[in-house]
Design a protein around this ligand. Structure first.
Ligand SMILES: NC(=O)c1ccc[n+]([C@@H]2O[C@H](COP(=O)([O-])OP(=O)(O)OC[C@H]3O[C@@H](n4cnc5c(N)ncnc54)[C@H](O)[C@@H]3O)[C@@H](O)[C@H]2O)c1
Ligand SMILES: N[C@@H](CCC=O)C(=O)O
Length: 552
């Protein structure tokens, strides 16, 4: 690399920090800048390319990218990769591998630290505008997403340094070294629509550790993924290290995962898709040069469990923010709640229903909007079907919402059900939309322990969760009984809003491989260790002591 710096000493990566979020108060300089950027992005129809080996390729059948809250508005187009383009992306990743793997780790890390500053500076407005318009996020939700992208880069840089510092001990006469190699082959990153930060993080995490990558972003967030790719390049990422191909996830993954040099999958998305990808790896296992690393962070059915000692006001805030922010399209969104009758009937029900009915649904560029549109028509239809199924159950009472409107945008009104059946489908399945179901338990009858066992056993997922109580013994018991129910458990807080370096996210059971995105555990998956022992004074005698002596 042209800008190689030779460091003759210990390299210290700058201390990481969480990017402070701006609030875009109307009339503030940052809001004025962002309004202008929103106008610019709205006024364009962007033709987005694949980026393969540093070259932009526009060929292929086109897919329109629209604004979910105004689906007549076409924001851009992406091409669908054909087999040749996928092959070219794999070839480019393999061609870049040796020189990237041999690039000193601190230079690789420096590129992503530059990328972090481009996120928080030059590209912030464009990231927000594209995320708002194409993923239907409010100012606040788009801002925390952009901040999280910068956080990923800064914390990963810090965590990478910690991994490289891990070295074995060297007894007298030896020098032992751990060589933290990247994987042989290429990594496939397949990213979800719901976080621009996750889309940027999944290809860059393996890249930081010396791997080269084929990246298939979601077509539902392609506008912001294109910005991320441009800022990687501007930060100095060499051509071929990350190769972006748009198109069918199924077709791209089938081709890439049948390749001899497929070295790993970094996936975030639904559990069903991840299970399918795992099977594809199984079918191809004999083709591979090495066993691939399969990393997947997937769905959730995150519970809020309230004890009779809970603060009802804090509980209400957690339910509203946890379930309805970003239309419930967060893997960690609250979607089932267990509330004691004593609290529910003491005013919580009335206040909750009033609050949910008052949430403004609509265009995310209006500051008062709390809930935008769901991501696409498939999602709106899936939610409409779930709402009708729940309404038809005698065990369910609709307290708010329950309507889907598709004329201008794909709007699902914030919906609240209360159910007498704690094992209903609404308490088990992930819907990925603004749908919350409450089960009111009789705290005069039901033991806390029995309720916790019910929560633990109801859904196949184990991603996030919240416990609300002021009685500390109740918290301790819940943390124990729910130990395997969630990979991130919050006490007296909503289950969303993980902050890098503070709570990295990831869950077990059907929720994924629990590699804790943004933590050292996640980086470790992209390293293949090699121990090197150098003997400083090699043996010159092959015999054992006392050989040649007889008897004891
Ligand atoms: N656990 C986490 O950290 C986390 C974070 C964000 C999102 N999620 C989960 O992601 C899901 C929502 O995101 P989504 O709708 O983008 O998920 P999705 O599974 O539909 O899509 C994810 C990615 O996989 C691709 N894909 C779809 N079908 C495929 C197939 N058959 N083969 C290969 N690739 C395929 C998509 O194009 C996209 O790029 C939810 O289940 C949510 O809980 C989990
Ligand atoms: N950043 C999210 C997790 C990502 C899931 O979609 C959170 O709010 O905890």
């Amino acid at each position: 690399m042209a800008n190689t710096i030779v460091h003759n000493g210990t390299v210290r990566v700058p201390a990481p920090y969480n990017e402070p979020a701006k609030d875009y108060a109307p009339g503030s300089p940052e809001a004025v800048r962002l309004y202008a950027e929103l106008d610019r992005v709205k006024g364009e129809v962007r033709e987005l390319p694949h980026v393969i080996g540093g070259e932009r390729q526009f060929d292929g059948e086109k897919v329109d990218l629209v604004a979910p809250h105004n689906h007549a508005h076409v924001l851009g187009r992406i091409p669908k990769a054909d087999e040749k383009q996928v092959q070219a992306a794999i070839d480019a990743a393999l061609a870049a591998q040796e020189s990237w793997a041999n690039t000193p780790w601190y230079e690789r890390v420096a590129i992503f630290l530059r990328a972090a500053d481009l996120v928080s500076g030059k590209y912030r407005d464009e990231l927000l505008a594209t995320t708002m318009l194409h993923q239907s996020k409010t100012y606040h939700q788009a801002e925390i997403d952009a901040c999280e992208l910068a956080d990923f880069f800064r914390y990963n840089a810090h965590n990478a340094a910690q991994i490289y510092e891990q070295q074995p001990t060297s007894p007298a006469g030896q020098w032992n070294v751990m060589d933290h190699r990247g994987l042989e082959g290429f990594v496939l990153a397949i990213t979800p629509f719901n976080f621009t930060a996750i889309a940027g993080n999944l290809p860059s995490t393996p890249a930081m550790m010396g791997n080269t990558v084929v990246w298939k972003p979601s077509e539902k967030s392609a506008l912001s993924s294109d910005v991320v790719m441009r800022l990687f390049e501007e930060a100095g990422l060499p051509a071929g290290v990350i190769n972006l191909v748009h198109g069918s996830g199924r077709a791209i993954s089938e081709q890439a995962m049948a390749h001899e040099q497929f070295a790993g999958l970094n996936f975030t998305g639904s559990s069903a898709v991840f299970r399918g990808l795992w099977k594809t790896a199984g079918v191809n296992i004999e083709k591979y040069r090495a066993y691939p690393r399969l990393v997947g962070e997937t769905g959730g059915k995150n519970a809020i469990v309230a004890h009779s000692s809970a603060d009802p006001e804090a509980l209400l805030v957690a339910m509203v923010r946890g379930a309805y922010e970003y239309q419930g399209q967060k893997c960690t969104a609250a979607s089932r709640v267990y509330i004691p009758r004593s609290l529910w009937e003491a005013g919580l029900e009335t206040k909750l229903v009033e609050t949910v009915k008052g949430l403004k649904v609509g265009d995310i560029t209006e500051h008062e909007t709390y809930v935008g549109a769901v991501i696409d028509e498939v999602s709106a239809d899936r939610l409409a079907d779930a709402l009708e199924r729940a309404k038809a159950l005698a065990s369910h009472t609709l307290l708010a919402g329950g309507t889907v409107r598709k004329d201008k945008g794909w709007f699902v009104d914030p919906t609240l059900f209360v159910t007498t059946d704690p094992s209903a489908f609404t308490m088990k399945e992930e819907f990925f939309g603004p749908l919350l179901t409450v089960h009111v338990y009789d705290d005069a009858e039901v033991e806390w322990y029995d309720l916790l066992k019910l929560v633990d056993g109801t859904s196949e997922y184990a991603l996030g969760g919240s416990i609300f109580a002021r009685d500390h013994a109740a918290i301790t018991e819940a943390l124990s009984v729910l130990r395997n129910t969630a990979g991130m458990m919050y006490v007296n807080d909503k289950p969303t809003g993980a902050l890098m370096g503070v709570q990295s996210f990831g869950g077990g059971r059907a929720s994924g491989t629990n590699d804790k995105t943004g933590s050292p555990l996640a980086l470790q998956r992209w390293v293949s260790g090699r121990y090197i022992k150098e003997n400083m004074s090699p043996d010159l005698d092959w015999t054992y002591p006392y050989m040649g002596t007889s008897g004891n």
